[in-house]
Structure formats: C-alpha cells, structure tokens
Design a protein around this ligand. Structure first.
Ligand SMILES: Cc1ncc(COP(=O)(O)O)c(C=O)c1O
Length: 362
C-alpha cells in the first residue's frame, strides 16, 4: 500500500503494461528459464545499450562475484575494500578465499591504490575493488599493480550500471567486472546481476558455471552452480531498460540539485567523482557521527528515511573477519549518510530534505 514516507530509494519501474506484454509470451511459450528467449534478448539489449561485448546474466550480484572468483580459479588472499556491502566479503569467503583489507581514499571512497602493495603477500591471488556509489576506481593504477605482481582483477561494479571510463563502459575493465540488477539499482530485474569478461574463454566458462557446469553437449565440465536468471526477471529487465537513459538523466539532475543546495555549508563533504558517475546515490559526509544522528532523527520525524550506507565498515564485522583497523573507512562509515534519491522523488522533496539537513547544522 502506498504511503507518504520517503525512503532512501525506490525502484525505477517501467509501466506495468510493458511487463505484462512480455509476460504473455512467457505464458504462451511455457519457457520460464534455461536461457530462454527473453534472457537472450535481455543480454543482447543490455550489451547494445552499454556497448559491451560479453554479458552473462545471473540471479544476483552476490553470485556474480562468486562466479567471477570461480571462473578465474582463485585461491588464497584477495585484496579488497572495507568500505563496501557485506556481499563483497561473503562472496570471497564462500569461494574459500580470504579477504585482505586495504583502506580507502577519504575523497573518492574507493580503495586507496597507494596502500595496496604493502598488503600483497605470496598468497595474494587477486584484487577485488568496488566502484563505490558508481564512482570509478583509479583503474590504471590498480591494473599496473596487478600486472607487476601477476594478480587478477575483479571489479565489483554492483553500483555502476551506466558509468563510462575513458570512453568505454566501466564493465569492460579488469579480468572480470560484476554488477547487480537488484531492485535498488539503476537497472533492476527485481533480483539479478551479471558478469562481464572481454576474454571469450572466461566468458564461456562463466556461462557454464551458471548452468551447473554443463557445456553445450550437457557434459558437466566445470564445478558449476545454478545461477540462471529467469524469463520473468528478464521481462522486467527488458521493460526497465527502455527507461534507463531517462532514469540516469533524472538521477544526475537531482544529484546536482542536492549538491547545489547543500554546498552552501562548507562542513558537508561529498564524494570526489573520478571522470564519470551514474549518481545513483547521494552520500553526504558529516563533520561528526553526532551531527549525522541528529540529521537522521530530524528527517525521520518528518517520515524521511535516509540510510547509513555503507555502515559499519565491513572490517568491523568481528564474527566474520578478524578485526584489523581501517581508520579511514571506519571514520567515513560513521559519518556518511545516503539521502533519498529515486525517480519519483520530487524537486520539492529534495529542497525540503536539504533544508532540514542544513537547519540541523545551524
Ligand atoms: C557493493 C556491492 N556488491 C555486491 C552487492 C550484491 O548485489 P545483490 O544484492 O544483487 O546480490 C551489493 C548489493 O547492494 C553491493 O552494494
């Protein structure tokens, strides 16, 4: 049931008729999964829209990372960021590897390439950075370190649909990039994700891995799993893709409005963008956690629900990983709040939220 609450985000949804039209075909054919025609169409249309060579759609962005690790046959330590969603870390651990944290750059909020080499050991097999909030990592620097130490690179690009870097789609970097089509993402299939590899052999392997390890002759030739997206989810993806450009333009406009309004207070800090971004989130860094909590409380009182994201810094999940201090990530995680940002949010809503935030700061 609709209510007047304003949440941190809401899915961007195509008109229902667009989806039901596609679903009629699903019902007529009786094909619900197994690389059906809508999956093939979804993959083709996404590849065309993003100008990418290869795509392997999967059930979610978490399994996309797991498939990527499996496809590269990684064993040992994987260098990653503590300023991410827990799924980055759980995927590494579920594949039997060990996450090794490297602190972040306080401006870009991405892994700090200057700190990577000191954490490389003889057991390091890969670097798995995250393009946080769709902001591209310093790809050249990371690739140079990876080459020097003979390491693989997987980019967790869960937030980065629609982002370009040096004139090409962000998904074409690293040995593999992965993304998420979760309900909250710029392009959603309710739940979903994808893996991208320019190397055709790796691409073909990921296709097999998502389908129990079967090859074309139905021989199980890889240690696979079931990560197939369904026709119903693909129908949502095809319908929503038609509105992606509109959604991206809208996000940028709203992001700019927030930034203009909030920049009048020099105590508020914003993520430094590296070239391009899809502006899918509006993170604000407050001078202290106390002020953040006061802003959150005042917004909640008006039925506005921003989200502390990412919070806490994942290196502090002591039940999951041995604690190693990551001062920058922990400090940022304590002071960062994502303000509401989505397609149906109005300019008036943004002005109200920005004003309320500024009032707390005085
Ligand atoms: C950085 C990051 N990686 C991975 C994921 C996992 O994606 P999914 O929810 O599609 O499994 C998320 C989810 O939000 C994420 O934020």
């Amino acid at each position: 049931m609709a209510n007047n609450n304003i949440y941190v985000t809401m899915p961007t949804l195509a008109p229902l008729e667009d989806v039901t039209e596609l679903l009629k075909g699903v019902w007529e054919r009786g094909i619900l999964t197994h690389n059906g025609p809508l999956i093939q169409r979804f993959e083709k249309e996404v590849a065309e829209f993003l100008r990418i060579k290869n795509i392997v759609s999967v059930v979610n962005g978490t399994l996309a990372i797991q498939l990527a690790i499996k496809a590269l046959d990684l064993k040992g330590e994987i260098i990653t960021t503590p300023f991410t969603f827990i799924a980055t870390i759980s995927s590494i651990r579920w594949e039997g590897c060990t996450p090794v944290f490297v602190d972040i750059d306080p401006e870009t909020l991405n892994i700090d390439p200057r700190k990577i080499e000191e954490r490389i050991t003889k057991n390091t097999c890969a670097i798995l950075p995250v393009h946080v909030f769709g902001n591209p990592c310093p790809i050249e620097e990371i690739d140079e370190i990876a080459k020097k130490h003979n390491l693989k690179v997987i980019y967790d690009a869960a937030h980065a649909v629609g982002v370009n870097y040096n004139g090409k789609c962000i998904f074409e970097y690293g040995d593999i990039s992965t993304t998420s089509f979760h309900a909250t993402k710029m392009l959603n299939t309710a739940e979903g994700g994808a893996c991208f590899a320019l190397n055709d052999k790796i691409h073909e392997k990921m296709k097999r891995l998502r389908f129990f390890g079967y090859d074309n002759k139905k021989d199980a030739v890889d240690d696979g799993t079931n990560a197939k997206m369904t026709e119903v989810h693909a129908a949502m993806g095809i319908a929503n893709l038609k509105y992606l450009k509109q959604a991206l333009d809208d996000r940028k406009e709203k992001y700019t409005l927030y930034k203009e309004r909030l920049s009048v207070n020099p105590d508020l800090k914003f993520q430094r963008i590296n070239q391009d971004c899809n502006y899918s989130y509006f993170p604000v860094i407050f001078p202290s956690e106390t002020i953040l909590l006061k802003v959150e409380k005042d917004l909640n009182a008006q039925n506005i629900y921003p989200r502390r994201y990412f919070y806490p810094s994942v290196n502090t999940y002591k039940d999951i990983v041995p604690y190693i201090k990551m001062p920058v990530s922990e400090d940022i995680a304590n002071r960062i709040l994502c303000l509401p940002l989505y397609y149906d949010l109005t300019r008036e809503d943004i002005i109200k939220i920005a004003n309320c935030t500024l009032e707390v700061l005085g």
